[in-house]
Design a protein around this ligand. Sequence first.
Ligand SMILES: CC(C)(COP(=O)(O)OP(=O)(O)OC[C@H]1O[C@@H](n2cnc3c(N)ncnc32)[C@H](O)[C@@H]1OP(=O)(O)O)[C@@H](O)C(=O)NCCC(=O)NCCS
Length: 206
Amino acid sequence: MAVLTGPAGGRRERGSAFRRAVREVRADVDAAIERDPAVDSRLEMVLASPGLHAIWTHRVSHSMWQRGGRWKLPARLLSQASRAITGVEIHPGAQIGKRFFIDHGMGVVIGETSEIGDDVMLYNGVNLGGRTLAKVKRHPTLGDGVTVGAGARILGPVTVGAGSAVGANAVVVKDVPADSTAVGVPAVVRPNAPALDPYADPALYI
Ligand SMILES: CC(C)(COP(=O)(O)OP(=O)(O)OC[C@H]1O[C@@H](n2cnc3c(N)ncnc32)[C@H](O)[C@@H]1OP(=O)(O)O)[C@@H](O)C(=O)NCCC(=O)NCCS
Protein backbone atom coordinates (compact mmCIF):
# COMPACT_ATOMS: atom_id res chain seq x y z
CA MET A 1 0.00 0.00 0.00
CA ALA A 2 1.37 3.44 -0.90
CA VAL A 3 2.15 5.60 2.12
CA LEU A 4 1.27 9.28 1.78
CA THR A 5 4.05 11.63 2.82
CA GLY A 6 4.31 15.44 2.73
CA PRO A 7 1.39 17.82 3.38
CA ALA A 8 -1.30 15.32 2.26
CA GLY A 9 0.11 12.62 4.59
CA GLY A 10 0.25 15.11 7.48
CA ARG A 11 -3.39 16.14 6.89
CA ARG A 12 -4.48 12.50 6.80
CA GLU A 13 -2.64 11.77 10.08
CA ARG A 14 -4.18 14.83 11.77
CA GLY A 15 -7.61 13.81 10.45
CA SER A 16 -7.36 10.30 11.86
CA ALA A 17 -6.05 11.59 15.23
CA PHE A 18 -9.04 13.95 15.37
CA ARG A 19 -11.49 11.15 14.57
CA ARG A 20 -9.87 8.97 17.25
CA ALA A 21 -10.20 11.80 19.80
CA VAL A 22 -13.90 12.28 18.92
CA ARG A 23 -14.52 8.52 19.32
CA GLU A 24 -12.81 8.58 22.75
CA VAL A 25 -14.83 11.59 23.91
CA ARG A 26 -18.08 9.88 22.82
CA ALA A 27 -17.09 6.70 24.68
CA ASP A 28 -16.29 8.78 27.81
CA VAL A 29 -19.71 10.43 27.72
CA ASP A 30 -21.50 7.09 27.19
CA ALA A 31 -19.61 5.53 30.11
CA ALA A 32 -20.38 8.52 32.34
CA ILE A 33 -24.11 8.44 31.48
CA GLU A 34 -24.20 4.73 32.29
CA ARG A 35 -22.67 5.32 35.74
CA ASP A 36 -24.42 8.52 36.85
CA PRO A 37 -28.16 8.12 37.39
CA ALA A 38 -28.45 11.80 38.40
CA VAL A 39 -27.86 13.10 34.87
CA ASP A 40 -30.65 13.29 32.27
CA SER A 41 -28.90 14.11 29.00
CA ARG A 42 -25.58 13.87 27.18
CA LEU A 43 -25.51 17.67 26.91
CA GLU A 44 -25.86 18.07 30.68
CA MET A 45 -23.09 15.51 31.19
CA VAL A 46 -20.72 17.23 28.75
CA LEU A 47 -21.32 20.68 30.24
CA ALA A 48 -21.62 19.88 33.94
CA SER A 49 -19.33 16.95 34.78
CA PRO A 50 -16.05 18.00 36.46
CA GLY A 51 -14.88 14.37 36.20
CA LEU A 52 -15.12 14.46 32.40
CA HIS A 53 -13.50 17.90 32.20
CA ALA A 54 -10.64 16.60 34.34
CA ILE A 55 -9.95 13.51 32.20
CA TRP A 56 -10.17 15.47 28.94
CA THR A 57 -7.67 18.02 30.23
CA HIS A 58 -5.48 15.20 31.52
CA ARG A 59 -5.32 13.59 28.06
CA VAL A 60 -3.87 16.85 26.72
CA SER A 61 -1.46 17.38 29.63
CA HIS A 62 -0.36 13.71 29.51
CA SER A 63 0.54 13.92 25.82
CA MET A 64 2.54 17.11 26.56
CA TRP A 65 4.27 15.32 29.48
CA GLN A 66 5.20 12.40 27.23
CA ARG A 67 7.02 14.76 24.87
CA GLY A 68 9.32 15.57 27.79
CA GLY A 69 11.84 18.45 27.99
CA ARG A 70 10.32 21.91 27.76
CA TRP A 71 6.79 20.46 27.50
CA LYS A 72 6.79 19.26 31.10
CA LEU A 73 6.25 22.64 32.78
CA PRO A 74 3.27 23.63 30.59
CA ALA A 75 1.85 20.14 31.23
CA ARG A 76 2.05 20.74 35.00
CA LEU A 77 0.52 24.21 34.64
CA LEU A 78 -2.37 22.84 32.60
CA SER A 79 -2.96 20.13 35.20
CA GLN A 80 -2.98 22.76 37.97
CA ALA A 81 -5.43 24.95 36.03
CA SER A 82 -7.71 21.91 35.68
CA ARG A 83 -7.38 21.25 39.43
CA ALA A 84 -8.45 24.83 40.19
CA ILE A 85 -11.56 24.46 38.04
CA THR A 86 -12.59 20.84 38.68
CA GLY A 87 -11.17 20.06 42.14
CA VAL A 88 -9.46 16.99 40.62
CA GLU A 89 -5.66 16.82 40.68
CA ILE A 90 -4.20 14.38 38.17
CA HIS A 91 -0.44 14.47 37.69
CA PRO A 92 0.27 14.65 33.93
CA GLY A 93 2.51 11.58 34.21
CA ALA A 94 -0.36 9.31 35.36
CA GLN A 95 -1.41 6.67 32.80
CA ILE A 96 -5.19 6.36 32.47
CA GLY A 97 -7.17 4.00 30.23
CA LYS A 98 -10.37 4.40 28.27
CA ARG A 99 -13.85 5.29 29.57
CA PHE A 100 -12.48 6.57 32.88
CA PHE A 101 -15.03 8.41 35.01
CA ILE A 102 -14.86 10.39 38.26
CA ASP A 103 -18.25 11.08 39.82
CA HIS A 104 -18.50 14.47 41.61
CA GLY A 105 -14.79 15.09 41.13
CA MET A 106 -13.88 17.24 44.09
CA GLY A 107 -10.89 16.16 46.20
CA VAL A 108 -9.51 13.41 43.93
CA VAL A 109 -5.70 13.17 43.80
CA ILE A 110 -3.95 10.85 41.32
CA GLY A 111 -0.17 10.61 41.66
CA GLU A 112 2.48 10.67 38.97
CA THR A 113 3.20 6.94 38.67
CA SER A 114 -0.40 5.73 38.94
CA GLU A 115 -1.55 3.32 36.25
CA ILE A 116 -5.28 2.98 35.64
CA GLY A 117 -6.90 0.44 33.30
CA ASP A 118 -10.03 0.78 31.17
CA ASP A 119 -13.57 1.31 32.57
CA VAL A 120 -12.40 2.49 35.98
CA MET A 121 -14.63 4.68 38.14
CA LEU A 122 -13.64 6.82 41.13
CA TYR A 123 -15.86 8.84 43.44
CA ASN A 124 -14.95 12.16 45.05
CA GLY A 125 -12.16 12.30 47.62
CA VAL A 126 -10.18 9.30 46.31
CA ASN A 127 -6.42 9.46 46.76
CA LEU A 128 -4.07 7.31 44.69
CA GLY A 129 -1.02 8.31 46.66
CA GLY A 130 2.57 7.35 47.41
CA ARG A 131 4.25 6.19 50.61
CA THR A 132 7.82 7.07 49.72
CA LEU A 133 9.54 10.22 48.52
CA ALA A 134 11.91 8.22 46.27
CA LYS A 135 11.53 8.86 42.53
CA VAL A 136 10.34 5.33 41.74
CA LYS A 137 7.00 3.67 40.88
CA ARG A 138 5.27 4.71 44.10
CA HIS A 139 1.57 4.98 43.25
CA PRO A 140 -1.13 2.33 42.76
CA THR A 141 -2.08 0.31 39.70
CA LEU A 142 -5.81 -0.23 39.14
CA GLY A 143 -6.94 -3.02 36.80
CA ASP A 144 -9.80 -2.81 34.28
CA GLY A 145 -13.27 -2.26 35.70
CA VAL A 146 -12.18 -1.24 39.22
CA THR A 147 -14.48 1.02 41.28
CA VAL A 148 -13.14 3.10 44.19
CA GLY A 149 -15.63 4.56 46.69
CA ALA A 150 -15.72 8.10 48.05
CA GLY A 151 -12.85 9.10 50.32
CA ALA A 152 -10.86 5.89 49.84
CA ARG A 153 -7.07 6.06 49.97
CA ILE A 154 -4.96 3.60 48.05
CA LEU A 155 -1.36 4.12 49.03
CA GLY A 156 1.90 2.84 47.56
CA PRO A 157 2.69 0.74 44.48
CA VAL A 158 -0.08 -1.76 45.24
CA THR A 159 -2.29 -3.40 42.62
CA VAL A 160 -6.07 -3.56 42.72
CA GLY A 161 -7.04 -6.44 40.42
CA ALA A 162 -9.55 -6.18 37.58
CA GLY A 163 -13.22 -6.06 38.52
CA SER A 164 -12.58 -5.25 42.19
CA ALA A 165 -14.20 -2.58 44.35
CA VAL A 166 -12.69 -0.51 47.14
CA GLY A 167 -15.29 0.69 49.68
CA ALA A 168 -15.91 4.28 50.65
CA ASN A 169 -13.28 5.55 53.14
CA ALA A 170 -11.19 2.37 52.96
CA VAL A 171 -7.40 2.61 53.30
CA VAL A 172 -5.68 0.09 51.03
CA VAL A 173 -1.95 -0.54 51.56
CA LYS A 174 -1.70 -4.12 50.22
CA ASP A 175 -2.60 -5.72 46.90
CA VAL A 176 -6.27 -6.51 46.29
CA PRO A 177 -6.85 -9.58 44.08
CA ALA A 178 -9.15 -9.43 41.04
CA ASP A 179 -12.93 -9.67 41.59
CA SER A 180 -12.79 -8.79 45.29
CA THR A 181 -14.10 -6.08 47.60
CA ALA A 182 -11.86 -4.23 50.07
CA VAL A 183 -13.40 -2.27 52.96
CA GLY A 184 -12.22 -0.70 56.20
CA VAL A 185 -9.02 0.71 57.69
CA PRO A 186 -6.73 -0.99 56.94
CA ALA A 187 -8.79 -2.60 54.22
CA VAL A 188 -9.92 -6.19 54.61
CA VAL A 189 -10.47 -8.10 51.37
CA ARG A 190 -13.21 -10.58 50.57
CA PRO A 191 -13.73 -12.29 47.20
CA ASN A 192 -16.91 -11.37 45.34
CA ALA A 193 -19.56 -14.07 45.05
CA PRO A 194 -19.28 -15.73 41.62
CA ALA A 195 -21.99 -14.53 39.21
CA LEU A 196 -24.67 -17.10 38.50
CA ASP A 197 -24.51 -18.53 34.99
CA PRO A 198 -28.05 -18.23 33.55
CA TYR A 199 -27.36 -21.11 31.13
CA ALA A 200 -25.99 -23.53 33.74
CA ASP A 201 -27.98 -26.62 34.76
CA PRO A 202 -30.17 -25.44 37.74
CA ALA A 203 -29.44 -28.79 39.41
CA LEU A 204 -25.91 -27.48 40.03
CA TYR A 205 -27.30 -25.00 42.55
CA ILE A 206 -29.42 -27.51 44.50
C1 LIG B 1 -17.73 -1.53 49.28
C2 LIG B 1 -18.99 -1.57 48.44
C3 LIG B 1 -18.61 -1.52 46.96
C4 LIG B 1 -19.67 -2.91 48.79
O1 LIG B 1 -20.84 -3.05 48.11
P1 LIG B 1 -21.60 -4.49 48.12
O2 LIG B 1 -20.76 -5.50 47.40
O3 LIG B 1 -22.97 -4.25 47.63
O4 LIG B 1 -21.53 -4.96 49.62
P2 LIG B 1 -22.63 -4.86 50.76
O5 LIG B 1 -23.31 -3.52 50.75
O6 LIG B 1 -23.47 -6.08 50.65
O7 LIG B 1 -21.73 -4.93 52.08
C5 LIG B 1 -20.96 -6.08 52.38
C6 LIG B 1 -20.37 -5.87 53.75
O8 LIG B 1 -19.39 -4.80 53.73
C7 LIG B 1 -19.79 -3.74 54.62
N1 LIG B 1 -19.45 -2.47 53.95
C8 LIG B 1 -19.95 -2.03 52.77
N2 LIG B 1 -19.36 -0.88 52.42
C9 LIG B 1 -18.48 -0.59 53.40
C10 LIG B 1 -17.57 0.47 53.60
N3 LIG B 1 -17.43 1.44 52.70
N4 LIG B 1 -16.79 0.44 54.71
C11 LIG B 1 -16.90 -0.56 55.63
N5 LIG B 1 -17.74 -1.61 55.48
C12 LIG B 1 -18.53 -1.61 54.39
C13 LIG B 1 -21.29 -3.93 54.84
O9 LIG B 1 -21.71 -3.40 56.06
C14 LIG B 1 -21.39 -5.44 54.80
O10 LIG B 1 -20.94 -5.95 56.02
P3 LIG B 1 -21.55 -7.33 56.65
O11 LIG B 1 -21.21 -8.41 55.63
O12 LIG B 1 -20.83 -7.47 57.94
O13 LIG B 1 -23.01 -7.09 56.75
C15 LIG B 1 -19.94 -0.39 48.73
O14 LIG B 1 -20.53 -0.51 50.01
C16 LIG B 1 -19.23 0.96 48.68
O15 LIG B 1 -18.59 1.42 49.63
N6 LIG B 1 -19.36 1.63 47.48
C17 LIG B 1 -18.87 2.96 47.28
C18 LIG B 1 -20.05 3.88 47.03
C19 LIG B 1 -19.68 5.36 47.13
O16 LIG B 1 -18.57 5.74 47.39
N7 LIG B 1 -20.66 6.18 46.90
C20 LIG B 1 -20.45 7.62 46.94
C21 LIG B 1 -21.51 8.30 46.13
S1 LIG B 1 -21.23 10.00 46.16
